[in-house]
Ligand binder design. Sequence first.
Ligand SMILES: *Cc1c(COP(=O)(O)O)cnc(C)c1O
Length: 365
Amino acid sequence: MQELSPIPLVDLKAQYQSIQSDVENAVTNAMRRGDYILGQDVKEFESKFADYCQTKYAVGCASGTDAIHLACRAAGIGPGDEVIVPAFTFIATALGVSLTGAKVVLVDVDDDTSLMDLDQVEQAITPQTKAIMPVHLYGQCVSASKLKDLANKHNLMIIEDAAQAHGASAPTGERAGSIGDLGCFSFYPGKNLGAYGDGGAIVTNNQDLYEEMLLIRNWGSRIKYVHDCVGLNSRLDTVQAAVLNTKLKHLDQWNLKRREHAQRYDQFLANKQGIRQTKYDDGSVYHLYVLRSENREEILKKLHEAKIMAGIHYPRAIHQHKAYQWLGYTEGQFPISESWARTCFSLPIYPELPEEAIHRVGEIL
Ligand SMILES: *Cc1c(COP(=O)(O)O)cnc(C)c1O
């Protein structure tokens, strides 16, 4: 019998091979130019990425976690303030807030989509609340119209965690990152737009916030050796920006491919007993293709035996991590988040995913 080839959760090498000469030229040019920190490629990428997100400004930084931290800092969020965050997300959403000294306030998520349940946000608002931080989890936008209504009514900022949603759009047309006051992105290699190392960016239409972020990411300095605030060293490397400039041209095409694969999965998985599909809307960019089952462990075992590297995003809700015990939440307090954490699993999805892999997954499930 022929050995089955392994299907990884994401295949970064396949994508590299598809753009190899372009990306190597871009990186070589950057290295030859020698402007390694805040060089030409960073400027070019910030301008193109802002356009792509339909915002006026973009600020490159060192990671998605830093993007969230920087956005909060620029928004004036710090000790004594509260930020409302979904209980089910990658932990960096909460970490970015905690790094400012502000308090993370959790709300449960929607049972069909895994996105922040906006109907629960109102009850979580206190006089200390400064911002709502929706997460466009798995590549699907949180409702832009509901978010704006909430923020306007309570005079709160919206800071989007769009780390999984490059190019996604809300049903009302807004691009991920442009819905709120600030939109945070990660260019971790496995993201829809990924660098060859760490990287991040924040987009905004607000000039004051933009200028504040330029300052904070660069040791609080606009003029060399003149420091106006306690800033960070958090910049996007020129070499990584060169990679991102090459890749940004392909992003829409790659997102389209993800969508096609997701539709194929949908067809194979419709009405499979014991498996629950996640509701995605048409603007989703399918950073992850996620299902739920009470028999998750058994299903994962079968998939792994067939060399299909399915994963779990994520096995714990925020309040279930040791890192956040001190917030004082208890088990059972966010039942929908806990149920996602207990039952969710992710099938391989990436633009270069072979059709044959989708068939294999369909057969096993
Ligand atoms: C990846 C990710 C982050 C953090 O990005 P890094 O670049 O890895 O620091 C934040 N939030 C979400 C939802 C993510 O998926």
